[in-house]
Design a protein around this ligand. Structure first.
Ligand code: TXA
Ligand code: MG
Length: 358
């Protein structure tokens, strides 16, 4: 068996991606244990979705409030009919169009799904990931796998096995190391139980891609206007998330939102020069602008012209802020094109909605 590193003292096995390792991991899930695994979006923290005890263990390992439901991961479309009591034609059309892939659908749940998995809700979130290791793990386990992102609650989601190790060593039984993930932000969640299908969390599958398949789709109002009085429909979206330890502020040009204008650069340089002596500062920037700031503490998000590079680097960049011990973090804002909107949603949450407009 190809175990990359065994750390019996801290009860975390780091497994490779070959089928023997996947079988070892699947046995752990079958026996009620927890395994982190790669998906195309972020690493998940998996347990048997049909076992109340496994779901309780997941909440405990993450330090997550138990009213925040888990996503159930499946490996074939027919599994949906075992988990959901009603699957509309529109829901089926979305699954056929985007699965396997970064889309989660909310449907009314069947009895077989324990309340512990759905945080007491009578609906269930279901997704078929496209990562081959994830699909084999689900198949080999002979069950469905409940998996939140494999970070400690509140921290940035993990996009490498090393991120999972940072957060989960000693709390779970194994990690399947599939290298860095591709997309880097969590799946789009769409609620198919409302009259008009509603996006509860934006992601790689954008509103217009969904509308191409099923017509009108809404976005949960709580996402568009982060007003604390509007309660998001996805319980998890109400928590402060993705946050680095330092104080993150986004600098945005009101007239050209998402663009890095001379005004934005000047403001960030002014903030750098007026920061208290000895304070540890980081600037989150893009390749095109990395030379524009008067500091060595540059953390690259990706290419300004290509938001997929920013999505795949965002969480690693936020974790690097912690690694260098940044107390103050200033970030450029992201162009809110389709995927950019999903990235900016995460960045704003990481910043606790703190934006300086110039
Ligand atoms: O890309 C992803 O979706 C990753 C990978 C591992 O698959 N998973 C993930 O899970 O992001 P998690 O637990 O970090 O986020 C799940 C979100 C939470 O905001 C939760 O409140 C929401 O989905 N959710 C789950 N079930 C729900 C339901 N029945 N109704 C409304 N929201 C639900
Ligand atoms: Mg999460």
């Amino acid at each position: 068996m190809d175990i990359i590193s065994t750390k019996n003292d801290i009860t975390t096995l780091l497994l490779g991606e070959d089928i023997q390792d996947i079988r070892t991991a699947a046995d752990i899930i079958k026996n009620g244990g927890l395994v982190a695994f790669p998906t195309e979006t972020v690493y998940g923290l998996g347990g048997d979705a049909l076992s109340a005890d496994s779901s309780k263990k997941i909440y405990a390992a993450k330090g997550r409030p138990s009213d925040n439901p888990l996503i159930v991961h499946i490996a074939d479309i027919e599994a949906v009919y075992k988990l959901a009591s009603e699957v509309s034609e529109r829901a089926r059309a979305l699954m056929e169009a985007f699965w396997p892939g970064p889309l989660t659908v909310i449907l009314p749940k069947k009895e077989i799904v324990p309340d512990e998995t759905t945080g007491g809700l009578d609906t269930v979130a279901i997704r078929m990931p496209s990562h081959p290791a994830a699909l084999s793990l689900i198949r080999e386990s002979g069950t469905y796998i409940a998996a939140p992102s494999a970070n400690t609650s509140g921290r940035p989601s993990p996009t490498t096995a090393q991120h999972v190790e940072e957060d989960m060593t000693g709390r779970i039984d194994a990690i399947i190391d599939g290298g860095p993930v591709g997309i880097g932000i969590e799946s789009t969640i769409v609620d198919m139980t409302s009259d008009i299908p509603t996006i509860l969390r934006p992601g790689y599958i954008t509103k217009s891609k969904l509308e191409d398949i099923i017509g009108e789709v809404e976005i949960d109002k709580a996402i568009l206007t982060p007003d604390p009085d509007i309660r998001p429909k996805a319980p998890g979206m109400k928590y402060t998330h993705y946050a680095p330890k330092g104080k993150l502020t986004i600098i945005e040009d009101s007239k050209n939102p998402g663009e890095v204008t001379g005004n934005v650069i000047a403001k960030i340089n002014e903030l750098l020069s007026s920061a208290p002596d000895n304070s540890k500062i980081a600037v989150l920037t893009t390749r095109e602008h990395e030379k524009d700031y008067n500091t060595d503490s540059i953390i690259l998000l990706g290419d300004k012209k290509n938001n997929t590079t920013i999505a795949s680097r965002l969480y690693a960049a936020l974790r690097e802020c912690d690694t260098i011990g940044a107390e103050l973090i200033y970030s450029e804002s992201i162009c809110q094109d389709e995927l950019g909107g999903a990235v900016m949603n995460r960045l704003l949450k990481a910043a606790g909605q703190r934006v300086i407009h110039v």
